[in-house]
Design a protein around this ligand. Structure first.
Ligand code: CAO
Length: 477
């Protein structure tokens, strides 16, 4: 309160002038950001927070994505309020609709969990009428998002020049496996990207082979990068009036997430990586960053430790970080108060060569507690620890349901299913998490209400075969 009063009533004339200058600066910054017209800026809404619409209301996305990387991006934009129109091949759709099916004849969880809150239209992009429809969509959409194999969009006739000619404001956002270079024409799936982006070589145990991680950093990770690229391009479009290409290569996205390992690659040339347990074990380093098991990637050593029940429960473990500022608390909690003053344990440097022994000792204590007891006891004294949660525990976690991070939605053919809601929380834009669309569920709605086709035109389109699957005899012929 006191601080607020101070800010509202500057003490002296000099202070008043200073704060007036600040205001002027802010106004001119606003002018520069808003195309030089401060009058374009809306007044702050008087509506209560959460009732002023969604962040991306009014944004329309032409969604040509499939499988995981692209759909992750467009699903997030849909959660934020964008109208995402997913274009799918008639009769087939996104290949994931039928992959890893758990309910016969219903869209798979693979598909439903990546395509929530979108609309689906079926269009054969290789049919001339289909191309007419796409042309109209290009004119009405703000962003085209795709993650076809390299060259596929061009082969459809949707080159950058073509799109830009029909809609100079269009942003064309693509995920590809690799950026320009020797591998640019390659098709890429998740694990290829994890391997090519440096993650696999640095994941796993020293004695074992490279490992891929369960988190989909190649697909979903790159989808997130793409969403940021799209938002940046939209912001720039406010100034320039024109769209641009946004490219996110999966290799680049993985490397961005594995940047601490490139940090270590540069450090290794200057000496051993002392925080790696390999150092404490006296194993020399090679030329490249090794796999570090469960070592923490930062300056505070950590490891995964067994907890009560580990013999039968594969997830009865805790991650335990021996953060330096709370070393004294750790010693007290595990019943080793003498380590606080023992020169072999009292400082982070002294502890480095002894980490294996230290964690083995802490583990004797964690094994006497459940992972949740470890969490409660340690967090009470600020020791950073985390239970290893199984997917079952996460699915049942009430707090994740309460925040909308885990959401249950109802689907007409498969019934209720869980999905991951919006992990990004905006205080004035509630997430819009709805079920995924059936194949072509919104075709007519989009053709008539978004693109303005009349009844006769609609019938003509239907008869043309541009939005329906080819009949079996035609296919065979
Ligand atoms: N109407 C008509 N044709 C359509 C269509 C439509 N609505 N939608 C797609 N197609 C066609 C494309 O035009 C393409 O045809 P051509 O090869 O004859 O030009 C074809 O369908 C398939 O496209 P694709 O090559 O992208 O698909 P694929 O299954 O062979 O490859 C993948 C899949 C993921 C390996 C590849 O798309 C890729 O490398 N994408 C970029 C990287 C990426 O996103 N990978 C992550 C995938 S998630 O793990």
């Amino acid at each position: 309160m006191a601080k607020q009063t101070k800010r509202q009533k500057p003490k002296s004339r000099a202070a008043a002038k200073k704060s007036a200058r600040k205001v002027v600066k802010l106004v001119s910054a606003k002018k520069a950001n808003g195309n030089g017209k401060s009058s374009n800026l809306p007044k702050p809404s008087s509506k209560p927070y959460g009732q002023a619409g969604r962040a991306l209301d009014g944004l329309r996305i032409l969604d040509f994505t499939h499988v995981q990387s692209g759909p992750t991006c467009t699903q997030l934009l849909a959660y934020m309020g964008a109208d995402v129109i997913k274009v799918e091949r008639p009769g087939a759709g996104d290949i994931t609709r039928g992959q890893l099916r758990d309910v016969p004849n219903a869209d798979s969880l693979y598909f439903t969990m990546l395509n929530g809150s979108k609309r689906s239209i079926t269009i054969d992009s290789k049919h001339p009428k289909g191309m007419d429809i796409l042309n109209r969509l290009i004119k009405t959409c703000d962003v085209l998002v795709e993650n076809f194999a390299p060259g596929a969009l061009d082969r459809m006739g949707l080159t950058w020049d073509y799109i830009h000619k029909h809609n100079p404001r269009m942003i064309v956002a693509s995920v590809k496996g690799f950026g320009p270079g020797p591998y640019e024409d390659c098709k890429v799936y998740e694990n290829v990207a994890q391997c090519a982006g440096g993650s696999a070589s640095t994941t796993g145990f020293r004695e074992g082979p490279p490992l891929v991680t369960g988190a989909q950093i190649g697909d979903s990770g790159t989808g997130l990068h793409l969403a940021l690229g799209i938002m940046s391009a939209l912001y720039q479009r406010n100034r320039t009036g024109r769209g641009q290409k946004v490219l996110c290569a999966m290799q680049d996205g993985v490397l961005n997430l594995a940047r601490v390992k490139l940090r270590d690659q540069q450090r290794i040339a200057k000496g051993p990586l002392t925080e790696y347990s390999q150092h404490g074990e006296g194993v020399p380093f090679g030329m490249a960053v090794p796999r570090a098991g469960n070592d923490s990637g930062g300056g505070q050593p950590g490891w995964i430790l067994k907890c009560k029940g580990w013999e039968t429960d594969p997830d009865a473990y805790s991650y335990f970080i021996t953060q330096a500022p709370v070393w004294g608390a750790i010693c007290d909690v595990i019943g080793k108060p003498e380590w606080k003053t023992d020169p072999d344990y009292a400082t982070p440097k002294a502890r480095l060569p002894r980490l294996k022994h230290i964690f083995a000792t802490i583990e004797q204590w964690t094994m006497s507690k459940t992972k949740f007891e470890v969490m409660d006891i340690c967090n009470a004294v600020d020791i950073p620890v985390g239970p290893i949660l199984s997917m079952k525990e996460i699915a049942e976690d009430e707090s994740l349901r309460a925040t909308g991070t885990v959401v249950e939605v109802d689907h007409p053919t498969r019934g209720k299913y869980l999905t991951v809601g919006n992990p990004i929380k905006l205080s004035d834009s509630p997430a819009d998490v709805r079920r995924s669309p059936l194949l072509g569920e919104h075709t007519e709605e989009i053709l008539t209400k978004v693109l303005g086709y009349n009844a006769a035109e609609l019938n003509e389109i239907k008869a043309s075969g541009a939005i329906t699957a080819p009949k079996k005899e035609e296919k065979a012929a």
